[in-house]
Design a protein around this ligand. Sequence first.
Ligand code: NAP
Length: 278
Amino acid sequence: MKSLYGVIGSPIAHSMSPLIHNDAFLQNGMDAHYHAFHVEPDQLETAVAGMRALGINGFNVTIPHKEAIIPLLDSVDDAALQIGAVNTVVNRDGELIGYNTDGRGFVEALKEVVKLKDKHVLIIGAGGAARAILFTLALEKGVQIDICNRTVSKAEDLIREFSLERITRSITVDQAAREIQRYDVVVQTTSVGMYPKINDIPLPLKSIKQHAVFTDIIYNPIETKLLQEAKAIGAITQNGIHMFAYQAALAFEIWTGKFPDTVRMKKLVEEHLGGKTC
Ligand code: NAP
């Protein structure tokens, strides 16, 4: 019998997850199908009951359900519980188990371009994605992390909640802009610069540290204004397609035990978005 997978969210029509997961099933010779389901918040509980009743093998969870789904599951992996968000659910013999592959997906992608040990990292933003990224990055040996966010108190709350005071501090966006040459790695996690406001930039850039890596988790546009400017003054850059592919690949691995071809996944997303990866 065909295995069934999917993603629930709202909005969901433009999700690229069906594209890459259905291709990965084909590539791995699996008789499976992945479908995008539009689910409004007031239908989440019913939708999860439906997944359970129909025996759906696994599904992704996206905005706005990543937090709200937690109490509806039978168990949740420790990291996802601490992050407070689930983006992947697997159905193991009728038990729905939640995971978070966003943080690990981000870090695995970043490791393709930089060794993180002892690096000084700036995270711009303190929203949902930054939460998963901070939690996971902080597990890397020797990293020092500064976070700047428009709403400073949100970054302070995050650091306190994760008890990361020893290796992390909250700074203002102005301070981050002034001291940008200090950072080996700059991680952009806000929605600033996302389509349609593609000329927005979260902070002004003058000079940067030599060999600095700039990564932006936005993938529409493929290359944000921040990445364009950073690249123009010598940074190594990585766009949001990489994190997107890795979080999907890790979800696929949880469901099937197989790790798919992330290069192929990235290429499919790139082609779909009609541009080139940086
Ligand atoms: P979120 O929880 O709503 O957080 C939004 C963040 O952006 C907050 O830090 C917020 O600051 C900041 N922000 C929003 N508008 C701003 C503005 N005008 N000026 C300055 N800061 C602003 O969103 P999220 O779920 O973290 O997602 C953030 C971005 O990441 C989105 O573009 C999303 O598409 C992308 N994303 C990509 C992936 C991937 O796989 N590549 C995965 C997840 C998310 P305040 O706290 O001050 O409001």
